[in-house]
Ligand binder design. Structure first.
Ligand SMILES: Cc1ncc(COP(=O)(O)O)c(C=O)c1O
Length: 286
């Protein structure tokens, strides 16, 4: 049974009881993070906690825990769930209050955190993707728990036999239903720039860093639908999917085949980065 954190205590996940008046439950009024754990250690902790603070600020909330209290709580959660490879999920909602769209006078933010054991394959399988119209709201930079459009778009992908929906807004690629998107054309790695139209993915930043370090030319630029369809390689990145190559787009195989040569180069660096990171704690990645 896994251990969760709720209302200041550690407890079995099954013992967590949320009030039906919690604004997260009723209104989707909250934000969240997902952090991979390698070798018992959170990956890119500061980047995730910085983003959590940005998301909270964007919904007019302050972090209910200090930076060191977050780290202590999450480290304890990792240890209580056996260390090794995990995926942490944590959220902050505006808490329990009589149902009303406007904020309560004295909100009592609620923190919930849980861990899933991670059993990632060393090498992700190339995955089919489909394109869909990006019909989400205008603040996709906030990691909001209200994910209904993303849920419906991901389900459309799954129903079509694919693993991800790549989203297009006004003829340009934005991101995936739960990932960022990279495209390779003529040896250049491209990804849409950070804006309110996408979530600033932590894995996106790591991917750009590793690719630049490998000497691959990288551009944060608009990617048209035509450029997506004629790409040599397409990758989707997230804390959960890491860097996954796309095998087919809307049923058509990628021009360069999958996985492509640039993906292989960057993914090798990603594996080395993860393994160095885990070794710093003296554990090895299974
Ligand atoms: C919409 C969306 N974009 C991008 C990402 C990738 O973010 P990260 O790499 O920080 O996991 C996610 C992750 O869940 C997401 O939901």
């Amino acid at each position: 049974m896994s251990t969760a954190y709720f209302k200041g205590d550690f407890m079995p996940l099954e013992a967590v009881r949320v009030s039906p008046l919690d604004r997260g439950y009723l209104l989707g009024d909250g934000v969240y993070e997902v952090v991979p754990v390698y070798g018992g250690r959170m990956f890119c902790t500061d980047a995730h906690l910085d983003r959590l603070e940005r998301s909270l600020g964007a919904i007019a909330m302050k972090s209910p825990l200090s930076r060191s209290a977050w780290v202590d709580m999450l480290d304890t959660l990792i240890a209580r769930n056996g260390g090794g490879e995990q995926s942490l999920y944590f959220q902050v909602t505006r808490g329990e209050a009589p149902r009303n769209h406007a904020f309560p006078q004295a909100p009592r933010p609620l923190v919930f955190a849980m861990s899933k054991p991670g059993h990632r394959r060393a090498y992700p399988e190339p995955m089919p993707a489909v394109t869909r119209n990006d019909n989400r709201w205008g603040r996709c930079d906030i990691k909001a728990i209200a994910l209904l459009p993303n849920v419906l778009l991901r389900q459309e992908a799954v129903s079509a036999g694919a693993g991800e929906a790549i989203l297009l807004r006004d003829g340009l690629v934005t991101e995936g239903a739960a990932s960022n998107v990279f495209v390779v054309a003529d040896g250049v790695l491209m990804t849409p720039p950070k804006s309110s139209k996408i979530l600033a993915g932590i894995t996106r930043d790591v991917t750009l860093e590793l690719a630049s370090a490998a000497g691959i030319p990288c551009e944060e630029c608009d990617i048209s639908e035509a450029a997506l369809r004629s790409a040599d390689e397409i990758w989707v990145t997230s804390s959960t999917m890491e860097i996954t190559p796309v095998s087919r787009l809307d049923g058509r195989p990628l021009i360069g085949g999958a996985p492509g040569p640039l993906w292989q180069q960057v993914f090798e660096r990603f594996l080395a980065f993860k393994s160095d990171f885990a070794k710093a704690l003296g554990e090895t990645i299974a």
